[in-house]
Design a protein around this ligand. Structure first.
Ligand code: SAM
Length: 450
């Protein structure tokens, strides 16, 4: 492979970071493995160097960006010997945009690398190894994202629009003219937004755009600090309707729909369930992985009409609703009131009479809450990145036969899994899910059985 400057090389900074006096840094490093955030790991005199943009088995030139006492952070500046797993990044913004960090690794190898790092973290931090490792849940390689949040800035200099994501390693915005991981209509709206905004002299009052796509329609939601002019509002509505999207305006107080097109929903594959949602609600971003994940959850939990299931961190009922038809009863618990309301409406729209939803902060003491006092033999946990330790400590009294943990953070999963094992569970089944191809984010499922 031809030598060329790495995409990850940061622009030259004013002052070079100080290199420690005792250590001699060679010009070229051999990369030993991949860190759990997708950086190459090399060693100098026993000190770990994390090199962004480098892959295991490669020899690379590098630039030290930040030194710490026990490790250094660096960027790959030139690949001397390339890994056979290395591929050309598809996106023109790769290396600058903070969104993707693994596009230089072949898609097939990304998910196996992620599987290795999760298993390693469970072992290192949680001191457990899953009994069976099942096939990863695969994703389409591109156009998989059905929701995203874009930042919007107006440049002082010439009034032009910056629409995009955060720059790599910075809180500043970088302009994105095309994003291949976004679902097609989202990418088309991203491409068209700048020229529409620029028809207005001053659009500094618009700070963000959130895009979400349902099966039949989508939402373009703008976060605004002041009302839009009629001209801009009309242009934006026109853009939205070209893609069968509705324009929503969010002034921080309330969400306002500017037209009356169809509601947002997605259908779960192999089920008649339709899940309705509103802009701002949590939805799983990758529709294909979500469908497979729900179907795997149904299989692993071995559901029957005798089961009473508790679905914690249930959102608008993504697991609760398609599982309801398989069991005697299911209770969903969620912290955001509006999503609990939506979940209840979803139950009636899907004519499900055996599911009920409650609002609760699952980090708090739950013992006095009516749903907590009911009996459940199977439990689903789908917590945010912080994990579910507080609630897991309170689940012991239920003595559930199975707990399915859906994780977006391997470190929290390791900690929480160790607590479940202490309570008498064994990690019987495990798989990783390719929810976010080309990024180092990894999601996984673990079934804990008593
Ligand atoms: C990863 S999402 C999963 C949602 C849902 N299971 C799904 O598949 O769409 C986590 C959910 O937990 C909720 N949540 C976060 N912290 C919470 C807390 N302390 N108590 C209750 N719910 C919380 C969020 O609002 C979000 O809906």
């Amino acid at each position: 492979m031809k030598r060329k400057p790495s995409l990850f090389a940061k622009p030259k900074a004013g002052s070079k970071p100080q290199r420690s006096k005792q250590m001699v840094y060679p010009d070229v490093l051999e990369v030993e493995s991949l860190s759990h955030e997708g950086r190459g790991i090399a060693k100098v005199d026993g000190k770990t160097i994390f090199i962004s943009g480098a892959l295991p088995g490669e020899s690379v030139k590098y630039k030290i960006d930040t030194q710490h006492r026990r490790y250094d952070e660096a960027s790959c500046t030139e690949v001397i010997k390339a890994s056979p797993q290395r591929v050309e990044a598809k996106c023109q913004h790769y290396g600058t945009c903070g969104g993707c960090d693994l596009q230089h690794l072949n898609h097939e190898d990304q998910i196996s690398a992620k599987q290795t790092t999760v298993i390693d973290q469970l072992d290192r931090l949680g001191h457990f190894t899953p009994e069976t490792i099942e096939q990863p849940i695969q994703s389409p390689e591109w156009n998989y994202r059905r929701s995203c949040r874009l930042g919007i800035n107006q440049l002082q200099r010439d009034g032009s629009a910056i629409v995009g994501f955060r720059r790599r390693g910075s809180s500043k915005l970088t302009h994105i003219s095309d994003c291949p991981v976004l679902a097609e209509p989202l990418n088309e709206i991203l491409k068209a937004l700048p020229s529409i905004l620029e028809t207005e002299e001053d659009f500094k009052g618009i700070t963000h755009a959130e895009l979400s796509e349902g099966d039949e329609s989508g939402a373009l939601t703008l976060r605004i600090k002041k009302p839009l002019t009629d001209h801009l509002s009309e242009k934006l509505q026109q853009l939205a309707s070209e893609h069968n999207f509705s324009l929503f305006l969010d002034d921080g107080q309330k969400l306002q729909r500017t037209d009356k097109t169809a509601e947002l929903f997605y259908q779960i594959e192999n089920s008649s369930t339709q899940v309705y949602f509103e802009p701002g609600d949590f939805i799983q971003v990758n529709a294909s992985v979500n469908n497979q994940m729900i179907n795997r959850a149904i299989t692993w939990l071995d559901l029957s009409k005798d089961d009473r299931v508790l679905d914690l961190f249930c959102g608008v009922g993504n697991f609760t609703l398609p599982i309801a038809g398989h069991v005697a009863a299911i209770v969903g618990v969620e912290g955001v009131e509006e999503m609990v309301e939506r979940a209840n409406q979803n139950a009636s729209r899907n004519q499900l009479s055996n599911c009920s939803f409650y609002r609760a902060n699952l980090s708090k003491d739950l013992r006095a809450l009516p749903w907590y006092k009911q009996g459940f033999n199977k439990i689903i946990l789908d917590p945010p990145r912080t994990g579910a330790l507080e609630v897991i400590k309170q689940l012991e009294k239920h003595q559930a036969d199975m707990i399915l943990y859906v994780s977006c953070n391997p470190a929290a999963l390791a900690r929480d899994g160790a607590e479940l094992i202490k309570q008498g569970y064994r990690p019987s089944r495990f798989c990783v899910m390719d929810m976010f191809p080309h990024t180092s984010h990894v999601e996984s499922l673990v079934l804990f059985e008593r």
